[in-house]
Design a protein around this ligand. Sequence first.
Ligand SMILES: [Zn+2]
Length: 174
Amino acid sequence: MVRPGLRGVGKVRKRTPGGRIATRFVRGFSHPKCGRCGSVLHGTASGSSSEVRALKHSERAPSRMYAGVLCADCVDSLVRYVVRMEAKFSEPELKSFEFSRDLTLEKFLPAGWWGRVQEGSLLWNRVESKFSKKKVASVKEAAPKEKPAKKAAKEKPKAHAKKAAKAKAKAKKK
Ligand SMILES: [Zn+2]
């Protein structure tokens, strides 16, 4: 009788150094799958933990957010879901929009996200930082640089508005 622990495991017949043909049991490893839809995750390594460990870090999974956890489509819908929900509760104009809750996506967000979103806090940066600490550091460094750019962006529409007003005034004069 086959040992119960070895049932459902692949068998390979191999010749031993002593010349005897022995049955070796080979365990199969499924490919990593998306935690939400179950589709196969591309670019991820499969095999025993020792086999995966032997690979380079870049060969194990892509470097994007939720790599090795969710497929690209599910990450896309997760980002859209978070942005929509955060916009709904942070912007008073959007409160009337009805976005239904999707717990299959919220499962992959940090604990207490829903409660904090209802208070109007924006957590998307924190979600990103959970998966890429390096990027957050760069964002912090770039933060003071971004502020003048934002001011410039705000001034530009004003300049456009002034130009438009001038053009309107000219048109009125004519
Ligand atoms: Zn998926």
